[in-house]
Ligand binder design. Structure first.
Ligand SMILES: [Zn+2]
Length: 410
């Protein structure tokens, strides 16, 4: 399938790969199978158990060893006559200088962070060596070719910053479910269960409030003689009722927006709550404590009603205060903490319904809250293939046919 011209370009090439992780494993294998014979590979990482599901050159017995070296050994087993030179090292070390880069015909990046990509880009520019850059996120992936004087470099275009949201959007004018998740996780959860001394934007006040001092008591503190149900209702009414009313009083904010509606506990669950949970909680370890379990909600992919969310909100709050009291004041949100995810899902959904935003299941909310983007082996394999295709064009000096390739798997 390869032309004579291609084969000779491949055989004579000296290639530098940076990164021996998700893309790197696929890339090294594909380079070796495509006929490349002189490959150098830099990676500072050692193999972790969590790599094994997609970095196919590694096995359980390799955990703790150098990725670059184990990847070399694995590929030499099926291509024993090629040369692979591993460097278990940081690509930013000074020995990988301009002269080092000048030895190579092409540099292939399989990196996972902007900083290292920028560093390699600058050295490639300085050494005037072509760079094939790549990246994957879940089902998305892309490959670009950067050659001094021919194409833009990696840094010519601004890269998207990690997603953060303006504070006012989170505290006052959410328009997407993710805004409600950030509010529930970083503001409400932190305020109720985390370090009380940390600054927090949760209390929405009207701009002309004059006598704040009279209200300076912390509404999030449990009051004398208050039982957990009274406390739960008071918190609920404060954050979903009172705070929304205060926000509504600022007419200016709502001129071009849909107004939220205040939600009070008496409208959502008028009756006493405490005794109606069918099951008694078994065990008292952290893992066993679940509002879903005690309310008999089974499927995490169900979207709960406002009333159900309100019950989960109250029940998870009650469980934190009754079963995990020792942790209160020190908790930070953890996507693997079931009760924390239940609380955040419920709180985000109640806020979402206040603002007319569609509600989501616990399963979806957990994904958003944990910002989980699973690495996908298939995406890495496709991207590795595209890198090799572009590398071969570079080696043939076929610059008119360079591609910006992107992949979206469905
Ligand atoms: Zn540039």
């Amino acid at each position: 399938m390869a032309s004579e011209e291609q084969i000779s370009a491949i055989k004579g090439a000296k290639v530098l790969m940076v990164g021996a992780g998700g893309i790197g494993c696929e890339l090294l294998k594909t380079l070796a199978l495509s006929g490349f014979q002189d490959i150098h590979i830099i990676d500072m990482d050692t193999i972790e158990v969590s790599n094994l599901n997609r970095q196919f050159l590694f096995r359980q017995s390799h955990v703790g060893q150098s990725k670059a070296k184990v990847a070399r050994d694995a590929v030499l087993r099926f291509r024993p006559n090629i040369s692979i030179t591993p460097y278990h090292a940081n690509v930013k070390e000074s020995r990988f200088n301009v002269d080092f880069y000048k030895e190579f015909d092409v540099v292939l990046n399989g990196l996972d962070n902007l900083d290292a990509r920028r560093h390699v880009n600058r050295l490639c520019l300085a050494a005037d060596v072509p760079l094939v850059e790549s990246g994957t996120t879940g089902f998305l992936g892309q490959v670009t070719v950067h050659l001094k004087g021919k194409t833009e470099c990696y840094e010519c275009q601004a890269k998207p910053a990690p997603k953060t949201y303006p504070v006012c959007t989170i505290t006052s004018t959410p328009s997407k479910f993710v805004h409600c998740i950030v509010w529930a996780k970083d503001l409400l959860f932190a305020k109720l269960f985390g370090d009380k001394n940390l600054e927090n934007d949760l209390n929405v006040r009207s701009s002309d409030a004059t006598n704040l001092s009279e209200h300076s008591e912390d509404v999030f503190e449990c009051r004398k003689g208050e039982d957990i149900e009274q406390y739960g209702r008071r918190i609920y009414d404060h954050v979903f009722g009172h705070n929304i009313e205060v926000a509504l009083s600022n007419e200016e904010t709502w001129k071009n927006r849909n107004k939220p509606c205040a939600i009070y506990s008496k409208d959502v669950f008028p009756d006493k709550l405490t005794k109606e949970n069918g099951k008694t909680e078994k065990g008292s370890t952290t893992e066993d404590v679940s509002a879903m379990a005690s309310l008999g909600l089974k499927n995490p992919q169900d979207v709960w009603s406002l009333a159900e969310n309100s019950r989960v909100f109250y029940e998870s709050l009650r469980l934190f205060f009754s079963k995990r009291q020792k942790e209160i004041g020190n908790l930070t949100f953890d996507k693997d903490d079931q009760l924390a995810v239940e609380f955040v899902t419920a709180a985000a959904n109640i806020r979402a319904s206040s603002f007319g935003i569609p509600l989501h299941s616990l399963f979806e909310a957990k994904g958003i809250a944990g910002n989980i983007v699973h690495a996908v082996a298939t995406t890495n394999a496709i991207i590795a293939g595209l890198i090799v295709i572009e590398a071969i064009k570079v080696l043939k000096k076929d610059s008119n046919n360079y591609r910006f390739s992107s992949v979206i798997l469905h």
